[in-house]
Design a protein around this ligand. Structure first.
Ligand code: SF4
Length: 386
């Protein structure tokens, strides 16, 4: 297993993170939505001050890459002028809020998220990675997405408050959702919580310890037309700014929504494909995860994405190629997981997350390619590995 370093903090516009390709600046659109003009301005900033690449994060955020110090300061000034970054760095850091991306004006997700944004100053000082999930549509969409303090649609139709790591939540009275979230965050801190709620094993207080399960998960989103507009896939969660800009000038385009699934929704757009984005729901790249890898990430032991692209047509389950055991692209298990090793080769594990004990190691990239190409693993369900 390969070692890795946990940064323990999250970048934002005020505090960019050094990556292998320069500074990484995270933009956190409110409710994961940008007007078309704002989204196009972000594209322009990526080209003008960064390397032209934009990441789509699993928290519904966008990240500019490849900035130098002067470029960061210039981009920050423009983002402040656009109102996309809070003028108070502390408020910006606190705005860790993941919303179900199908929300509509005035529905429960929109109402609760807006109310929470207005009360962020009531929150205690939380660990840097702690965050909130508002998943209040008719069926939850975000059950597999991490988030510490959660409001979700419950099995009985009402909303529930649920602490991450607990299967059950407690029913919420209408209008009490934000009070519940703030109270849960305060309890977490007062009871000695550090890091993430899922690893905080103190017994919940009676008011937060219910027996309500979340409702069944909504069907997964796929590329193609949807009720909001057009859904496009971003291969590995990355898009070149000119490609995104091209999607934003499609007829009818009004706004951009960012999902946590590497999918972008162009509100109001028709069903036209955009070169550089995934528009076929059967595209094998949709089943493949790969972090930036070497050289973009200083912790990476290996390049990742070229190998993932080459492997994708040969893998019928899901695949994750990770530059190290940290598993940034996907922390849950995939059918096949290749984890970069310090010696520049890979560990291969099955039905596992990065860093799990391998069933085969070490493998060079070419050996992995040869094996998958000659033996599509999904056709051998009983094979221990490959
Ligand atoms: S998983 Fe990938 S992106 Fe994350 S630290 Fe490791 S090499 Fe870097």
């Amino acid at each position: 297993m390969s070692g890795f370093r946990v940064a323990g903090w999250c970048p934002d516009a005020w505090r960019p993170m050094a990556a292998g390709d320069g500074l990484l600046l995270r933009i956190k659109p409110r409710l994961a939505r940008l007007s078309r003009d704002a989204a196009q301005a972000v594209c322009a900033l990526a080209v003008q001050h960064g390397n032209g690449l934009i990441d789509v994060s699993r928290r519904g955020n966008l990240q500019l890459r490849g900035l130098d110090h002067a470029g960061w300061q210039a981009a920050l000034a423009e983002l402040l002028a656009l109102g996309l970054v809070d003028a108070d760095p502390l408020a910006e850091a606190r705005r860790n809020l993941l919303v179900a991306p199908g929300w509509r004006d005035g529905d429960d997700t929109h109402r609760i998220a807006m109310a929470l944004l207005a009360r962020l100053n009531e929150l205690p000082v939380l660990p840097a990675k702690a965050g909130f999930v508002i998943d209040a549509g008719s069926h939850p969409q975000l059950l597999a997405e991490p988030g510490d303090f959660r409001v979700e649609r419950g099995r009985h139709g009402g909303l529930i408050l649920r602490a991450a790591g607990r299967a059950h939540g407690v029913a919420l009275a209408p209008g009490a959702e934000v009070d519940g979230l703030i109270a849960l965050a305060r309890w977490f801190v007062q009871s000695g919580g550090q890091g993430r709620m899922a690893r905080h094993h103190a017994p919940l207080p009676a008011w937060a310890a219910g027996q309500d399960l979340p409702a069944a998960l909504a069907p997964a989103w796929r590329p193609g037309p949807c009720a909001l507009g057009m859904v496009h896939g971003a291969p590995f969660g990355r898009v070149a700014a000119p490609v995104l800009d091209a999607a934003l000038v499609e007829p009818g385009a009004q706004a951009l929504r960012i999902t946590p699934w590497r999918l972008l929704v162009v509100e109001g757009a028709g069903g036209d494909a955009v070169p550089g984005l995934i528009d076929d729901p059967a595209d094998p790249l949709l089943r493949v995860e790969a972090c930036p890898g070497a050289p973009a990430c200083p912790q990476a032991h290996v390049p990742t994405r070229d190998l993932a692209i080459a492997l994708a047509p040969h893998v019928r389950g899901t695949l994750h190629v990770s530059g190290c055991a940290k598993g940034c692209a996907c922390t849950s298990a995939t059918t096949h997981t290749l984890t970069g090793r310090a010696d520049g080769q890979f560990d291969l594990a099955r039905d596992a997350a990065p860093g799990a004990p391998p069933c085969q190691a070490p493998l060079t990239a070419q050996q992995a390619l040869d094996q998958f190409a000659s033996c599509p693993s999904a056709e051998l369900p009983d094979a221990p590995c490959l």
